[in-house]
Design a protein around this ligand. Structure first.
Ligand SMILES: [Zn+2]
Length: 540
């Protein structure tokens, strides 16, 4: 049973989709006026993982992320750069999509609807709200009348008295300061569309009510977004959709914690820290501050995400983002990513160890991708009684080993079933990894392998991969490890030549020995003879 923390009820509830077996998820996406930074990746990575886990549980899942491509910030940016708003949007959408592709998220998103592609639907939706008495036109604008919707505040758990309402230059057009714009009349030289209320453009909140309904229906399953969107954005979405449809907009409101600057200011070898940011990056940092997305404004990591990808592998960043429970704030610093990356490398080392012992490539292990299939398969290996308390007990017995693996698998699934606790689940992957390494040592698999122990190890590795895949981890062999293995091969070849040269010298065949030394030197490899050993290094 999967349980989800629902912001609207403030409790964890059993997950039951509107239509059995199917799940619709709508995630509020970016306003595309600047290149993405790491804060923009938090929601997509979390909800992509939720989709993967629900799919593993047998659900057919549709994940929608909207793109806000008309907005005050886009208009300001297009004026600043003196290019059409659509040019700004197109550039930033390309940047965003490239980042999502690098993160392995893009293929898991079923649609990226854009506000400008739904203008007609938006106008119709607004007209319906006017007809039903929930909205009113005023001097070319259209406002939602908050007083007409009695449940206003039910998501953010605040009453009108606790809200300040919006002031600004439109306050005179509103019946109450709490009313918010559904349609904004165009100022001169602003992009605009014809409407029954004159030329204008949609407000931000209405696009999500319209596009979620178009793609997922009037009541869908999960609505996600950052914690900063609860009020007013999601509160206003609810007011619009529920006034228009007379039924709940969605069943589960899920809000992820925001990214915040870590207190650390650690200098990392060869990597940029706060003090090492270039002027250009400082400028970008200022821009990001104004985006108000992800509270990492002063952080060292407030650079364009595409630049961050030059420093860190996408899987390292995914691992970092999922190491914290999604409802908690993510403590950001390069040092933290570095640290988390070291943890991930211990899995990569295991993959190599596995291949060395069993000739089985970890990333080619055939594993069940569906929980039911997995249960059927895994049942065969479970001992009659599995005692979780025995997990930390040392053992060399294979049947006990199967029991331990099975217990960890259960703990992992329990963590994920409990409101997608990816942080807890990753902790269990580490424990499982420790058991696998311990088994290799206890069974002396590297010294005297035997068939049963090899099968048991492969089985344990397949469970590790099965669980990792539900988090979008261990999908492909990491590039670093390919580099490392080719470096390893080079080292071995050089050592072989050194050994041949030493034999030649012992046989007084100095001609051959010199040939090897000068040949290696031509390739940029210098040999240095010391007492008893020959060391080498690259000169180029
Ligand atoms: Zn939204």
């Amino acid at each position: 049973m999967i349980r989800i923390y629902n912001t609207i009820t403030k409790t964890k509830e059993e997950f039951k989709p509107v239509i059995a077996g199917k799940v619709g998820i709508y995630l509020c996406g970016p306003t595309v006026y600047k290149p993405s930074h790491i804060g923009h990746m938090v929601g997509p990575v979390i909800f992509d993982t939720i989709k993967r886990y629900l799919k593993y549980n047998g659900y057919e899942v549709k994940l929608i992320i909207n793109i806000t491509d008309v907005d005050d910030k886009l208009i300001a940016e297009s004026k600043l750069r003196n290019v059409p708003m659509s040019t700004v949007a197109d550039e930033m959408i390309t940047d965003y999509m490239n980042n999502l592709t690098a993160m392995g998220v893009k293929d898991f998103v079923d649609a990226f609807p854009k506000a400008t592609e739904h203008i007609n639907n938006i106008i119709k939706f607004i007209q319906d709200l006017i007809d039903k008495g929930f909205a009113y036109p005023s001097d070319g604008d259209v406002y939602f009348e908050v007083n007409k919707y009695t449940n206003y505040g039910k998501l953010s758990h605040r009453s009108l008295e606790q809200m300040t309402g919006e002031g600004g230059d439109t306050v005179e057009r509103k019946r109450s300061p709490f009313d918010f714009a559904l349609w904004k009349s165009a100022k001169p030289n602003e992009p605009s569309w014809d409407s029954p209320w004159g030329k204008g453009r949609p407000g931000w909140h209405i696009e999500c009510s319209v596009m979620s309904r178009e793609l997922l229906g009037e009541t869908f399953d999960i609505h996600g977004g950052g914690l900063d969107l609860v009020f007013p954005h999601h509160e206003n979405e609810i007011a619009q959709s529920e006034s228009r449809h007379g039924k709940p907009m969605c069943c589960y409101w899920m809000h992820n914690g925001l990214m915040q600057e870590s207190g650390e200011n650690v200098k990392i070898g060869g990597r940029k820290t706060s003090s090492a940011l270039t002027t250009e990056e400082y400028t970008k940092e200022g821009d990001i501050k104004s985006q108000e997305i992800g509270k990492i404004s002063k952080s060292k990591g407030a650079c364009a995400f595409r630049d961050m990808l030059k420093q860190f592998a996408p899987e390292t960043i995914r691992f970092f983002l999922l190491s914290t429970h999604y409802r908690r704030p993510i403590d950001f610093s390069f040092a933290r990513i570095e640290e988390v990356g070291k943890g991930l490398e211990t899995f990569y080392r295991f993959a190599k160890r596995l291949e060395k012992i069993t000739s089985q490539n970890f990333y080619s292990l055939n594993v069940p991708t569906n929980r039911n299939d997995a249960e059927m398969l895994r049942q065969k290996f479970e001992p009659v009684s599995t005692n979780t308390a025995s997990i930390s007990t040392n053992t060399q017995s294979q049947s006990k080993f199967y029991g331990i693996i099975s217990a960890y698998r259960k703990k992992f699934l329990e963590a994920m079933d409990d409101d997608f606790n990816t942080g807890g689940a990753i902790g269990i992957l580490f424990e499982l990894l420790r058991e696998l390494n311990k088994f290799i040592e206890d069974s002396k698999l590297e010294i005297a392998p035997n068939t049963e122990s090899i099968s048991a190890l492969k089985y344990g590795a397949s469970v590790l991969r099965e669980l990792g895949l539900t988090l979008g981890l261990f999908v492909n062999q990491p590039k670093e490890s390919e580099n490392e293995s080719s470096n390893e091969l080079v080292s071995k070849l050089i050592q072989l030549l050194i050994d041949v040269r030493n034999s030649a010298r012992q046989n007084k065949d100095f001609k051959s020995a010199d040939k090897i030394r000068s040949g290696l030197s031509d390739l940029g490899i210098q040999l240095e003879d010391r007492t008893g050993i020959t060391e080498w290094n690259f000169t180029k």
